[in-house]
Design a protein around this ligand. Sequence first.
Ligand code: G6P
Length: 590
Amino acid sequence: MCGIIGYFGNRNAAPIILEGLRRLEYRGYDSAGMAIITNNGVKIKKDVGKVDEIHARLNFLEHEGNIAIGHTRWATHGGVTRENAHPHISNNGKIVIVHNGIIENFQEQRKFLTSQGFKFYSQTDTETIPNTIEYHMRRGYDFFEAVKRSLRHLDGQYAIVLIHEDEKKLVAVRKEAPLVIGVGEGEYFVASDIPAFLEHTKNVIFLEEKDMVMIDKDGLKIFNLIKDSFVERPIVSIDWNAEQAKKGEFDHFFMKEIVEQTEVISRIAKLEDGLIKDIADEIRKAKGTYIVACGTAAHASMHGVYLFSRIAKKHINFCIASEFPHFKHFLTPESLVIAVSQSGETADTLAAIRAAKSAGAKVISITNVMGSTLMRESDKSILQRAGPEICVVSTKAYTSQLAILYLLACELAGKLDEGKEKIRELGRYIYYLTSINMRKYLKQLAEKLRYTEHLYLIGRGLQYPTALEAALKIKEVSYIHAEAYAGGELKHGTIALIEHGTPCIVFTSEENEKEIISNAMELKARGAYIIGVGPRNNDVFDFFIKVREAGELNSICQIIPMQILAYQLAILRGCDPDKPRNLAKAVVVK
Ligand code: G6P
């Protein structure tokens, strides 16, 4: 969704906000903007386009000041126009806001404010917020009090940061949308996520629901709007480092994060036994376990179902998070729901766990972001330890989810040590899979596929979710229509679309080689161009990607060349692999 950032301190805020916008751009990149309080009042610059394009046109660094806010947008209410870009300002030109989320009753509020003489200059829901605050300030309330009163009238979900031209104050509030505080030496950062300010501080305050942060020259205070009182929140030091949030020698985060998988998988092999055992015990005790997630995390979760069945002889139910509330009827206090989410902020996943909790079920999460809403609302969590994933398209977070689910299944089968050893070994092999030679080899394939319009992928067993995830990677970054099927299913209809030269990617393994090769033959007989991915070459393949047999860990190995292929296709087709059109890293609206 959108990315928001604020700064309050002694330094010139403009370069800090500009850098923060670049780091937050993966959350939305329709438009961007900045507001800064200068000696001559508040100055706003905003426009449609990517941060650096706008900076080249408008120069975000023109004005100096110590208090500023910024925003990168992923449009929900109102088209992608300059008027709809944030920051938005109140009618008196004093209260400025950046907002992530949705104000659900904005139409009623807009009507009310219009009746009070307010004018609106955008189609956004956001513009109602600063004007509601101005309305309360006109009635004599101070800035903080006016914000509090305004929020009572505004429904929905939001993370907002506000500044007031005359007040030298910054206010930030979160309700069902991410917002973290960075605490530096005499300075504060407020942002949608940690990488936005990681260069400046590792000391973080994770906010609770409806916390309202008030920062002025005397420091920071937090008022909780539910408790209606001031609260203390601990400062936590996080173990991410600023380098992890930078591209370094790579042209794109996508490739950097693909390569990082060696390290990430090795880190998973070091997860504390106690944590894995504790979560596995919850699965043992539960009467019915459900695993829920969206997008890439959903593919990892589907894998989990196969892994639990094969390794632990345990049936786990999988459901796409947005559909899960429709199955809440059979949840009981003895049910267990495992939610998998890189960001821990996906609205559909949060709605699923809230449905589970309302039935009294226990919730366990697997998430990459410490302090995320999902983590805070779960009874227990496993942190993925993948480091910040900046590219919109998920890679290392996915394989770390697979590895964690694998270890849980191993522990349920009493084979945790064996499982960890296999993961450790795999780390070394992944290094080879992401090597320059492999990248060059896959570039040759990308050159063959670059003009293709449709592509099909098939796999059986564990290779079925792999095919789904590979198709998603290709679609997300190259915009080629890619569809995945279970090996046995394609012939029940979709085979009608296979023509001479249609590329089909076939995932094989020692276990299901015979059957999947038969499926590949069926496709070849209709003229398909067959790309094999697996341990052994076959005459049916026109192109072969050798990936060694790794049994239950085949999925981790086989997805890596597919991530690289998707990357190469994006580059050859002139697409930006880090910022695919229409996507957002964390979708915090339903
Ligand atoms: C968005 C992203 C996907 C991601 C999905 C779930 O749609 O574009 O890449 O897989 O959300 O995200 P989560 O943070 O819950 O894993």
